[in-house]
Write a protein that binds this ligand. Structure first.
Ligand SMILES: CC(C)(COP(=O)(O)OP(=O)(O)OC[C@H]1O[C@@H](n2cnc3c(N)ncnc32)[C@H](O)[C@@H]1OP(=O)(O)O)[C@@H](O)C(=O)NCCC(=O)NCCS
Length: 164
């Protein structure tokens, strides 16, 4: 990993950048080009950032040597009445992650995950969940970071990591 990459906790002003990362996640497939307004028009994606940052939201942002954001991972507690794809129960935050394409495969995603899991553990959460499409290589990353499939849906899996 290039040592000049730095990390900081996400802050309320990161909302627009986190939305960029939601768009990256939605367009993870090679050639994925769904425009931002289209991605963010659906609650499926916008619920991860709308009203950022609420009590209980937490995340980390990776910065390039000039201090520009290049990636982020965060979690939020989505209610049973408006759950995300990864909803597994009350008290389990859902995680989302994205890294700008030119910065991928430099260890940024793994470092963001480490920091986020440490944070969730420190906050007293017992589990973190996420949802990933079955052909996304990110599954391998998640598995290697201790996430296990708990539920298989159509084309996507819910993965959960136990933090204690
Ligand atoms: C998934 C994502 C966040 C990972 O971030 P990243 O910074 O690229 O990941 P890392 O560099 O930390 O790599 C993690 C592991 O994945 C592997 N990896 C990275 N890019 C890969 C690729 N294109 N294909 C296969 N494996 C890859 C790395 O080899 C690494 O494993 P290693 O540590 O054993 O070498 C990033 O690629 C991304 O934003 N993808 C598009 C959005 C997305 O899919 N989000 C997740 C939705 S669930």
């Amino acid at each position: 990993m290039p040592s000049a990459i730095s990390y900081r906790a996400a802050v309320p002003a990161d909302g627009a950048f986190l939305a960029d990362m939601v768009v990256e996640a939605a367009n993870w497939r090679r050639g994925g080009v769904r425009p931002r307004h289209e991605v963010m028009a659906g609650a499926e994606h916008s619920r991860f950032v709308s009203g950022w940052m609420r009590p209980g939201d937490a995340g980390f942002v990776a910065l390039d040597p000039q201090g520009h954001p290049i990636g982020a991972a965060w979690y939020r507690m989505l209610p049973r009445s408006d759950p995300g794809f990864a909803y597994v129960g009350t008290g389990v935050p859902e995680l989302i992650i994205g890294v700008r394409p030119i910065w991928r495969a430099h260890g940024v995603g793994r470092e963001l995950l480490h920091r986020l899991c440490d944070q969730a553990r420190a906050q007293g959460f017992a589990r973190l969940s996420l949802s990933v499409e079955r052909d996304n290589f990110a599954r391998t990353l998640y598995r290697s970071e201790g996430f296990a499939v708990t539920q298989s849906g159509i084309g996507r899996d819910t993965m959960v990591k136990r933090l204690r």
